[in-house]
Design a protein around this ligand. Structure first.
Ligand code: C2E
Ligand code: MG
Ligand code: MG
Length: 678
């Protein structure tokens, strides 16, 4: 194909002109020779070569010559016209080339075999700032980035051999000293002998495209808010140092997982824009803090690795989660010192929207160990340790250990089992009666979850928290609510009472946070056709107080729906009755921790009395939770507590057990307390 190309180039318009001119000259010489011979033979005295010939007289001879001259003239005119046409085409082509090259945004250059510039289009001035005069004084490789020069020269050599160069990207210096990215293709121009003498190079300025590509690549690996490396880049850095630590056993590093405590409060109270501004400040402070640490702890020996990992030292891996890679440390003590120092720095108040904000952080540390083969495992373990730090009271740091790993694995297993349990329908509803002290009858039940496992029934203490954290609680409790409502409808028709039997259901923070919680409850209630006033929604005071503005909105909506609202485990949170005043609450459930001591501890008795009194003043009913003895029930009766729930009457049991209890109290009229425990 290249040979064909070269051949075509060699038989170009110029070649045609030359060929035609040669033919003209040849014809002219031939005609001149014939004319000369004719004239000489006719005019020279004594030359009888033609004159005595019988077969050709002079007139015919002259006529023949005239015809020849005429033919020559016609041929000359024809060739001349052809030449004119070709020249015109050539001129037009040249003009076109000039217009294209002079106006093209691409830079077009012609260089000779040794790299000397023969032509540079005006686009060079626009893109690189050099005039063609300035360029003529320099060699074609002079402005090319030194790192790219070998590649460019190699490509030029290749183009000379093959006739066409490959697409190539390289950098060229602008007159102002900056580098521009160019994309070029070279085409070789052969001479008549087919040897390549010139290269036409078309360069396109792709600096903006390159910049966009770089920005895209940067965005893929960086957090858009803080511009810190993101999880993917951080993982890559950890992978790098992990490999390094496998090669050099003395090389130690640690991963810190930082989670800001109560950051949600900032977002909720000051708004997301303020939250973002705070995160940027935190990122800056963290990065300034580790830079100092880095220079202290990093040895010269590992300089190269450090340089590679430097950018990944601090990353933002989630909303309020940051990770830090501490390299070349001596032992885990170094990591703990850094964590403590970070905590000290973070605790200094930030100013956001002219308000002082104090932020604490829980930090988990995973120290490198040869057992690690995967960078994700290190981050996961640091995160597990961070969760431990949170559970142990926040604003502290925890180092990951093997025991945590066992717990985490168990937890993971439990999580998987929980999801399967939901699919297999292994959750059961148990019912614990709530007894009216006035009538001695069951006023209602609290629906409580149980997990039917091969080894037996599992109580919520083992799974509610994980169900909550993983979100499994949402479908789980929707099923529970439906089943409890269906059961209540059946009991209400079998055991009619005034007021009708009630059913209490518990709501966790995650459920409470759902924007469509009220709509969900409404749908279930109308599907099951149960009076909303028969349902008691229990929320703990901690949930109610976490975001009191939202709580009061949701509770008002629930109230508007017609369901009753109970504050569960009252007394274990930090709120007071006066703070609850703003909420549309119907019932207070006084926590078991008070009731269990009511008969033995005078102080507790006093507290319970005050709680009941204040609740009554606010128009609330009181349910005492966890009454186990007759004395406790008697005292509660004296304190005018309306309702009691506890083992004294009955433990939570399945629907059959609850049904049996109802039969006892409702079928045999006015059977007195105590109810037989199940
Ligand atoms: P809670 O809402 O305060 O429920 C009362 C808990 O106290 C129940 O424990 C009940 O068995 C226990 N209890 C009642 N009387 C006595 C007593 O006299 N002595 C003692 N020692 N304990 C008594 P359970 O069923 O283990 O539930 C524990 C917590 O788990 C519940 O506390 C509730 O907050 C949560 N929970 C249980 N089931 C569900 C559910 O289906 N959904 C949600 N969201 N939470 C649930
Ligand atoms: Mg409850
Ligand atoms: Mg409770």
């Amino acid at each position: 194909m290249n040979n064909a190309l070269q051949k075509q180039r060699r038989t170009g318009p110029m070649q045609q002109v030359e060929t035609r001119e040669w033919w003209l000259w040849g014809f002219a010489v031939t005609v001149t020779l014939v004319l000369t011979v004719g004239i000489v033979s006719l005019t020279f005295p004594g030359n009888h070569f033609l004159r005595n010939s019988d077969w050709l007289d002079l007139r015919e001879w002259v006529r023949g010559l005239a015809c020849l001259v005429l033919m020559f003239d016609i041929y000359t005119v024809y060739q001349q016209l052809q030449l004119q046409r070709i020249r015109r085409e050539l001129t037009e082509r040249n003009q076109l080339f000039e217009v294209i090259t002079e106006n093209a945004a691409d830079m077009i250059a012609v260089v000779d075999g040794t790299g000397n510039r023969l032509y540079n289009s005006p686009a060079y001035q626009k893109v690189l700032g050099y005039s063609s005069e300035e360029l003529k004084l320099t060699s074609s490789v002079e402005q090319i980035h030194p790192e790219d020069q070998p590649r460019v020269l190699e490509a030029a050599e290749k183009a000379k051999v093959t006739g066409r160069g490959e697409r190539l990207e390289y950098r060229m210096r602008h007159k102002d000293g900056t580098w521009r990215n160019l994309e070029s293709v070279a085409t070789a121009i052969p001479n008549e002998q087919g040897q390549i003498e010139r290269l036409v190079i078309v360069n396109r300025d792709i600096t903006d495209r390159k910049r966009a590509e770089v920005a895209l690549a940067h965005n893929a690996l960086h957090d858009s808010l803080t511009d810190l490396p993101n999880r993917a880049l951080f993982l890559d850095r950890v992978r790098h140092v992990l490999a390094l630590s496998h090669r050099h056993t003395s090389y130690k590093f640690a991963v810190l997982f930082i989670d800001l405590d109560e950051f949600k409060v900032v977002n909720d109270s000051l708004g997301h824009a303020a939250g973002d501004a705070l995160l940027i400040q935190i990122a800056r402070r963290l990065s300034a803090s580790i830079r100092g640490v880095d220079t202290i702890s990093r040895s010269v020996l590992m300089q190269t690795a450090s340089q590679v990992a430097n950018e990944g030292s601090l990353a933002r891996v989630g909303g309020d989660e940051f990770t830090i890679l501490l390299e070349d440390i001596r032992d885990c003590g170094d990591a703990i010192r850094v964590a403590e120092r970070l905590q000290e720095r973070l605790i200094i108040p930030f100013v956001v929207e002219r308000q002082e904000v104090v932020i604490a952080a829980s930090i988990g540390i995973a120290f490198c160990a040869t057992s690690y083969t995967n960078s994700e495992d290190l981050i996961r373990d640091a995160e597990i340790a961070m969760y431990r730090a949170k559970r142990e009271g926040k604003a502290r740091c925890q180092v990951f250990d093997a025991e945590m790993h066992i717990v985490a694995v168990k937890r993971l297993q439990l999580e998987t089992d929980l999801r399967r349990a939901l699919e297999l329908g292994e959750f059961r509803v148990h019912y614990q009666p709530i007894v009216s002290l006035q009538s001695g009858r069951i006023a209602g039940f609290e629906a409580l979850s149980r997990w039917q496992r091969p080894e037996g029934l599992l109580s919520p203490a083992h799974f509610i928290q994980i169900a909550e954290q993983t979100g499994i609680i949402l479908p789980m409790n929707r099923l529970l609510l439906r089943e409890a409502c269906l059961q209540l409808r059946a009991w209400q028709s079998e055991f009619p009472a005034d007021p009708p039997l009630t059913m209490s259901v518990n709501i966790t923070p995650r459920e409470f946070a759902q924007p469509d919680l009220v709509a969900q409850i409404k749908t279930i209630l109308s599907e099951v056709e149960i009076q909303p006033s028969s349902i008691n929604v229990e929320i703990t005071e901690t949930i109610a107080m976490a975001d009191s503005q939202r709580s009061s909105l949701v509770l008002s909506e629930l109230k508007a729906l017609g369901v009753h609202i109970s504050i569960d485990d009252f007394g274990t949170g930090y709120s007071s009755l006066s703070r609850l005043q703003g909420f549309p609450v119907d019932t207070l459930k006084v926590d078991r921790s008070f009731i269990s001591k009511i008969d033995t501890d005078g102080e507790t008795r006093k507290i319970v009395r005050i709680i009941i009194m204040l609740a009554h003043n606010l128009g609330l009913k009181v349910v005492a939770e966890g009454a186990e003895t007759a004395k406790q029930v008697e005292l509660l009766k004296q304190l005018k507590c309306e309702l009691v729930q506890g083992y004294f009457f009955a433990r939570p049991g399945d629907h059959a057990a609850a049904q049996a209890l109802l039969m006892n109290t409702y079928s045999l009229a006015a059977r007195p307390l105590p109810i037989v425990a199940i």
